[in-house]
Every structure is written in structure tokens, then in C-alpha cells.
Design a protein around this ligand. Structure first.
Ligand SMILES: NC(=O)c1ccc[n+]([C@@H]2O[C@H](COP(=O)([O-])OP(=O)(O)OC[C@H]3O[C@@H](n4cnc5c(N)ncnc54)[C@H](OP(=O)(O)O)[C@@H]3O)[C@@H](O)[C@H]2O)c1
Length: 268
């Protein structure tokens, strides 16, 4: 496994496992949480040491339980989780500092841990002043080591610039959609310029034609997913692909033994 280093010196695996549909079964009413730990245990067996979860996924308990069940040792695992700040589609919301304190306590209890490696605000909620106040709570938990690193998710340059002007500790990560059909190159560059590591959610979900990526993959004896994840790694972007298949989980980690050329990177 390769690592990136966050602005506070903490090392983070360059590829982690997404989890949003883990510990759930498909029913006629959609996916329902049942708490099973199979995917987390399988991912650890495949070599993952980093899991990305969120309060809103409703599966932090199963992620924590799977880590314990694997016997790997909490100290060998990097966990990111996120505070629910707003629902998808909701225009604005109101979030107070005490909401953050309560959310952190809930996540610690569900994950059965006394620290979280990376804690993110899941979505900007359209109120910069409130965001800056809530951020102070994250900073104080970071000072105490309860949160080893802090960041945001789905923040645009506009959301970020206010926070950067009003924070004491800069966000260390911004997690947002990065995929071949949505490279979000300007936001990636803005984050990197400001010492914020970009983290790609949904890196393997895209609608655009895959033939150019597949041609590159064939040249390297890899598959399209590995080329997409390798591209992110070479561009300094963390990826958190999610898979329910042990084979895919393994493939998605097997990206550190080949190099894409500048020309290939430009073509993806
Ligand atoms: N911050 C946010 O707002 C936000 C939003 C969305 C997601 N996320 C996070 O990002 C993670 C990843 O995003 P995602 O789950 O939406 O999308 P993704 O990881 O890009 O794609 C998942 C899909 O790709 C398939 N897949 C995985 N590896 C593959 C491989 N090697 N070959 C072929 N197909 C493969 C999976 O199917 P199989 O199971 O069959 O392999 C699954 O259908 C989530 O789990 C979550 O942790 C964050």
C-alpha cells in the first residue's frame, strides 16, 4: 500500500474502501441495514486498511464490528466518517456547534473506538458563518486527538474559501466526486494549492465511453478500474472505491506496480 501525507503529518492510505452500501440487504423497499460485517471483513482480507463511512450511511456500527471481528487491530486501520449536515436535495440546513459534539459522540460509540482518524463535514449547508462555528468544534477535538485529522466533503471553491479565511486548522481533506466524466480538475487544483488532499468518491461510477481507458489498461495488463484508480494516485488524489466482490476489492488495490505515461494521463 502506498500512502499520502496529510498537512498535519498523518499518513493516509492512498486507496481506501467505500462502504455506503455495506451491511445492507436489498428489499422491495430498497436497501435496508442488517448489520452484517462480511464486506468489511472481506476487504481487510483483501488488504484494505482504510474504510470510509458516514453517519448517514447508517452502518458505522457494522464497520466498527467488522474491524474488531477481523482481529487486525484498531491501530492498523484508518477510519473516516462524516457528520450529517444536510440531506441530498435539501437546499439549506442549520447546524450548531452542539450538533457536532453530539454527532462525534455518536460516531465514536457506534464505531466502538475512542478516536476517529479523519472526520468530515458531509456537505456544505449554505451558511458560512455556522460552518466556521461548527469547524471550531472539530478543531478542538483535533487538538485533543479525538479526531486525528479533519476535513470536509462536497465543498466547492466558494464554500472552502470562506472556511479557509476563518479557520485555525485548515481542512486536511476534501472528499468529492472525481471520475473520468467528472474530473473536477479546477477543484482538485484549488485543494492541492491550499494543502488539502482531494479524495475521490464514486471514482468507478461514470457514464462516459470506456474504450480509451480499456485500451490503456490492455497495454499495462490491467483493467479499466485499475487504470482509473492509478490515474488518481498519480495525480495525488486518494480514491475510495467500493465493492461487494472480493475479486474487485483485490483488483482495486493492485494498482501500485505500473505507471501511466503523461500522454496516457492526459487521455483519461
Ligand atoms: N461524500 C459523499 O457525498 C459521497 C457520495 C457517494 C459516495 N461516497 C463514498 O465513496 C464510496 C465510493 O463511491 P460509490 O460506492 O458510489 O462508487 P464506486 O466505488 O465508484 O463504484 C461502485 C461500483 O463499482 C463496481 N466496482 C467496484 N470495483 C470494480 C471493479 N474492479 N470492476 C468492475 N466494477 C467494479 C461496484 O460493483 P461490485 O460491488 O459488483 O464490485 C459498484 O457497482 C462510497 O462507498 C462512499 O464511501 C461519498
Amino acid at each position: 500500500m502506498e500512502f499520502f501525507t496529510l498537512s498535519n503529518g498523518i499518513r493516509i492510505p492512498a486507496v481506501g474502501s467505500g462502504t455506503n452500501t455495506f451491511a445492507k440487504v436489498t428489499t422491495e423497499n430498497g436497501m435496508v441495514y442488517d448489520g452484517h460485517t462480511d464486506e468489511v471483513v472481506s476487504a481487510i482480507r483483501a488488504g484494505y486498511r482504510f474504510f470510509d463511512t458516514a453517519e448517514s450511511y447508517g452502518n458505522e456500527e457494522a464497520v466498527g464490528a467488522g474491524i474488531l471481528e477481523s482481529g487486525i487491530g484498531r491501530e492498523n486501520i484508518f477510519i473516516s466518517t462524516k457528520m450529517k449536515t444536510k440531506s441530498w436535495g435539501q437546499e439549506t440546513s442549520s447546524v450548531k456547534p452542539e450538533d457536532a459534539e453530539a454527532a462525534i459522540a455518536r460516531s465514536l460509540a457506534k464505531l466502538k473506538t475512542d478516536y476517529i482518524d479523519l472526520y468530515l463535514l458531509h456537505m456544505p449547508w449554505g451558511n458560512n458563518e455556522e460552518t466556521a462555528e461548527v469547524w471550531k468544534v472539530l478543531e478542538s477535538y483535533c487538538d485533543r486527538g479525538v479526531l486525528r485529522a479533519i476535513g470536509i466533503s462536497n465543498f466547492t471553491e466558494e464554500d472552502l474559501s470562506y472556511l479557509l479565511d476563518h479557520c485555525r486548522i485548515r481542512p486536511m481533506v476534501n472528499q468529492f466526486k472525481i471520475a473520468p466524466d467528472r474530473p473536477n480538475a479546477d477543484l482538485v487544483a484549488y485543494c492541492q494549492k491550499n494543502g488539502i488532499l482531494p479524495m475521490a468518491w464514486g471514482p468507478l461510477k461514470f457514464e462516459s465511453d470506456r474504450s480509451a481507458i480499456e485500451a490503456i489498461a490492455a497495454r499495462h495488463g490491467k483493467n479499466w478500474a485499475q487504470v482509473v484508480l492509478r490515474r488518481n494516485f498519480q495525480k495525488g488524489i486518494i480514491s475510495i472505491p467500493k465493492s461487494h466482490s472480493f475479486e474487485h476489492q483485490k483488483e482495486n488495490l493492485d494498482i501500485f506496480d505500473f505507471e501511466l505515461s503523461g500522454e496516457e494521463l492526459a487521455a483519461i
